[in-house]
Design a protein around this ligand. Sequence first.
Ligand code: ADP
Ligand code: MG
Length: 221
Amino acid sequence: MIKLSNLHKTYYTEATSLHVLKGINLTIEQGEYVAIMGVSGSGKSTLLNILGILDSYDEGDYFLNGKLIKNLSERQAAKYRNEMIGFVFQSFNLINFKNALENVSLPLYYQKVSRRKRNIIAMEYLDKMGLKDWAYHMPNEMSGGQKQRVAIARALISRPKVLLADEPTGQLDSKTTKEVIQLITDLNKTGLTTILVTHEKSVAEATKRVVRIKDGIIDND
Ligand code: ADP
Ligand code: MG
């Protein structure tokens, strides 16, 4: 499903450059459940953003479902992202002035699905997350765990093949962390290729494979 070979990424700022990824080689098969670990600043988010086609890379190759993800136009990138990727962030990234239903249905809005249809589908996904009764609540009325479940519903609504989660439990207490990880584990069991970044050992233990990044390369797999 995912193949990275000799992937490099450097951030350039006015005065300096920072070589963050220094030749990443990584193959992830369809349906795998993988944790990415490494100290803060080691490039975990950088790697996940590249996998999610949210950021570009400088050198090497990234194949997603057999397709080379390189030099894409904004439009092509958006298309593959929509078809292939669901992304979940540590800070939920919900739109604060939209209710749960509107947040979940947003990807369908961009796909030009009618309001009636997208609301029906969004309600189904909220229901799957146990949040049917919260559909018309605003994010600031919800707990962290509820917000993350709304974000997961939003990530799933375009039926992605790969779920990417960047420290999805980083802002949750330990009980809620367990619930959210159980939810992600259950999603992986339905066949969804799942990659999550974490620095919590207890979270990584849920996955079948742990990949460690150190000094810009994969140190341990
Ligand atoms: P992690 O997620 O493992 O904590 P990141 O991938 O966020 O690490 O960051 C890796 C390094 O790249 C850090 O030193 C960070 O400061 C730097 N970095 C991240 N994003 C940018 C950016 N947009 N511009 C410049 N430097 C960045
Ligand atoms: Mg990070």
